[in-house]
Design a protein around this ligand. Structure first.
Ligand code: HEC
Ligand SMILES: [Cu+2]
Length: 313
């Protein structure tokens, strides 16, 4: 992350594998700490041993080679393989009744489809999940390889064109956790982040209910104007706002864009100002973004359009 004052989610710890809030990340963190301690102890013993020999307090023996050169590495590496394979199996085991969320890596954003065989609710760049309920992420890409990583929840998993990888997650705390694309995927790869929002199960159900319908109505005349500009300017070629313009999938779904915590896949705070800046010149905010700039829009239209998008919560 660039560390500029504009970064939406720069607080320390929102993206740290050492502060786990999910079952997978907790297991990985335990393994990391256990390994560090075990190999730290071996290292200290080795240093003491070498010191004793060099200082002439211990005479070298031939069997040391067998014990220290073969037996010890064999036993410790074997133990590591057994323990880490067990943990890997545990954290990649899928629950049959898990909520399935399909996430497709794009350049440079995330298409999100909740429960593809059921609700089939589409969203983008922010993923809401319930606490304490198993979730299976179904990870895809239709362009290059991306990697889906939310360090506080679990390990990372690649998104590979032509393949479907699954990643089970069990969040143990509520909160907002930052994720990041972890595989170089083009010019704005470092600007391809997202947030996972973990809610209490009842709040999650209410969230789903509230968001599964059409976009919020444009209540004021400025917002109505903004909605018209959205259609007239040709935005629906790439974007869907349910109930206003359906079908565009080349860009993120905008049905509840103003309700997201960040704009541009985890990059800027979401508000009318950043929205207007984005629409006028996306590639200034994100080099290589596959959206044309709309700097020819008259000022009042740009204001109405950004006010309308900000109102979609
Ligand atoms: C040619 C396709 C295309 C057109 C036309 C287009 N966009 Fe986009 N838009 C995109 C893509 C692709 C992205 C994602 C870019 C990224 O994050 O890398 C995007 C991102 C956005 C975002 C950020 C969404 C988010 O979740 O952060 C907003 C807001 C947006 N577009 C608004 C508009 C508006 C308003 C118009 C019309 C004036 C428009 N777009 C026209 C392709 C398009
Ligand atoms: Cu990527």
């Amino acid at each position: 992350m660039s560390g500029t004052s504009q970064s939406a989610l720069g607080e320390f710890g929102v993206q740290s594998a050492l502060a786990p809030e999910g079952a997978g990340a907790t297991a990985i963190n335990g393994l990391t700490i256990g390994m560090t301690i075990a190999f730290g102890v071996i290292f200290v013993l080795l240093v003491l041993f070498a010191w004793a020999v060099l200082a002439g307090r211990l005479a070298p023996r031939r069997w040391w080679i067998w014990a220290g050169g073969i037996a010890l590495p064999l036993v410790s590496v074997l133990a590591l393989v057994v323990v880490s394979t067990g943990i890997l199996q545990k954290i990649t085991r899928e629950e049959p009744d898990a909520l399935v969320i399909e996430v497709t890596g794009k350049q440079f954003w995330w298409d999100v489809l909740y429960d593809p065989e059921g609700w089939a609710l589409r969203d983008a760049n922010e993923i809401v999940i319930p606490k304490g309920r198993p979730v299976t992420f179904r990870l895809k890409s239709d362009n290059v390889i991306h990697s889906f990583w939310v360090p506080k929840l679990t390990g990372k998993m690649d998104m590979i064109p032509g393949r479907v990888n699954t990643l089970p997650v069990l969040a143990t705390e509520t909160g907002r956790f930052r994720g990041q694309c972890a595989e170089f995927c083009g010019l704005s790869h470092p600007k391809m982040a997202f947030e996972v929002v973990v809610l209490e199960p009842a709040e999650f159900d209410a969230w789903m209910q509230r968001n599964s319908g059409e976009a919020r109505d444009a209540a004021r005349s400025e917002l109505l104007r903004g909605r018209d500009v959205f259609v007239e300017a040709g935005c629906p070629a790439c974007h869907t706002i349910r109930g206003v313009a359906d079908g565009g999938t080349l860009g993120p779904d905008l049905t509840r864009v103003g309700g997201r915590g960040s704009l541009g896949a985890g990059m800027w705070r979401m508000n009318q100002g950043t929205l207007a800046g984005w629409i006028a010149d996306p590639s200034a905010m994100k080099p290589g973004a596959e959206m044309p700039s709309y700097n020819h829009l008259p000022g009042p239209d740009l204001r109405a359009l950004s006010a309308y998008l900000a109102s979609l919560k």
